[in-house]
Design a binder for this molecule. Structure first.
Ligand code: GTP
Ligand code: MG
Length: 353
């Protein structure tokens, strides 16, 4: 769907029915500079943000609907009602980014999917960040391979797509990417050059990076966006009971945006999440883990994968969803990144889920 961005550039804000130059100017002040950026707004928020309150919720809603209509007419968005063959055609555009661990990839039905948000939830050391680092290398390999298949000379930063790594925990290690690439017999430099690392300092910063992610995806021609982690800053900053509702609302907004970007730009979004431990009834020692972020988070992602330690290995469990059946896989972490575990046996007693 690389063609989407070029098509978007051809559609001007002026093409939106009933839009005035004053409104365009006001939208530009809010950093909304394209039809797509307008189409992903919520009417209520947009009306609130209009400085001179000249736009009420109803007019904002019409404006956004008109922007969406133009995108539908230009086949950037599908219509509210699509025939099943159109749905299938869209699904056929899905790409999958593999990790190179055969078992893990088949557990993912081939790899991390575009048009979807995949959530990796697990306790510390369960492998969330290591999966992201491995994907940085393996997805690049796929991109590089397809580059060689192409007869035309394609420069490194274009066409095939890059990776955006949004780092809220300061856990991104370029030398780890370098090591995984080397261990896999790949030239690390072209791989490192395709990763755009964004260090985020607080929850507001994360929200603004996600708000502007459509521009970054276009600018860096990204095919995968990783956020490690989606929730840690919000959990730390909105920790009191009184702030829970606000935290959830902010989290919901970020996930909504990510879902729309994944869909329209045909990108794979990978997010990591923390877990919270709950006491199981009144039995001490019988704690169980739950992904953080409550219902908003549970419904926000397309696929939810729970990770846990199992001796020296790790176990990934796919949460039962309408997209994937319940299943499990064992893997290990080594100099190669994540790889198939030597022993595939999963002890039932290992399970905390
Ligand atoms: P938090 O971010 O703390 O919640 O944990 P996480 O789930 O992101 O864990 P992470 O992916 O960082 O996994 C950490 C584990 O990966 C470590 O305990 C090590 O077992 C393993 N690991 C990390 N780096 C290396 C490495 O260079 N070589 C090997 N063999 N293992 C590594
Ligand atoms: Mg981590």
């Amino acid at each position: 769907m690389a063609h989407v961005s070029s098509r978007l550039k051809e559609i001007a804000m002026e093409d939106i029915p009933n839009i005035t130059s004053d409104i365009i100017e006001e939208l530009n002040k809010l950093n909304i500079n394209s039809v797509y950026q307008l189409a992903v707004q919520s009417p209520f928020e947009l009306a609130l943000e209009f400085e001179d309150t000249s736009l009420n919720v109803e007019s904002a809603s019409t404006l956004i609907a008109n922007a969406r209509k133009i995108l539908i007419e230009n086949k950037v968005l599908t219509n509210e009602f699509s025939t099943a063959d159109e749905v299938l055609e869209k699904r056929n555009k899905i790409s999958r980014y593999a990790t190179g661990s055969e078992n893990f990839d088949s557990f993912l039905n081939g790899g991390f999917e575009t048009q979807a948000i995949t959530e990796l939830a697990g306790e510390f050391g369960s492998g969330k960040s290591q999966i992201c680092h491995t994907l940085c290398v393996a997805a690049n390999q796929l991109i590089e391979n397809s580059r060689h298949d192409d007869a035309k000379e394609i420069d490194r930063h274009s066409k095939r797509g890059n990776i955006i790594f949004i780092d809220t925990e300061n856990t991104f290690r370029a030398n780890r990417v370098h090591q995984i690439a080397e261990q896999r017999g790949l030239d690390p430099l072209p791989i490192l050059e395709k990763i755009f690392h964004c260090k985020v300092y607080n929850s507001e910063h994360l929200e603004s990076v996600i708000n502007d992610l459509d521009k970054s995806v276009e600018q860096y021609n990204a095919k995968i966006v990783m956020i490690d982690s989606i929730i840690s800053l919000h959990r730390a900053e909105f920790s009191g009971q009184g702030t829970l509702a606000e935290r959830q609302q902010r989290l919901g907004k970020m996930l909504n945006k990510l879902r729309r970007y994944a869909d329209i730009y045909n990108i794979a979004v990978v997010i990591t999440n923390q877990v919270v431990s709950y006491a199981y009834g009144s039995h001490p020692g019988f704690d169980y883990m739950k992904a953080a972020g409550g219902n908003i988070m549970a419904h926000g992602s397309t696929y939810r994968i729970f990770l846990r330690k199992s001796g020296k290995n790790r176990v990934a469990t796919m949460d039962d969803s309408s997209y994937q059946p319940y299943q499990r896989v064992k893997f290990s972490i080594s100099e190669n990144g994540i790889q198939d575990a030597n022993s595939y046996k999963i002890e039932e007693s290992d399970s905390h889920w």
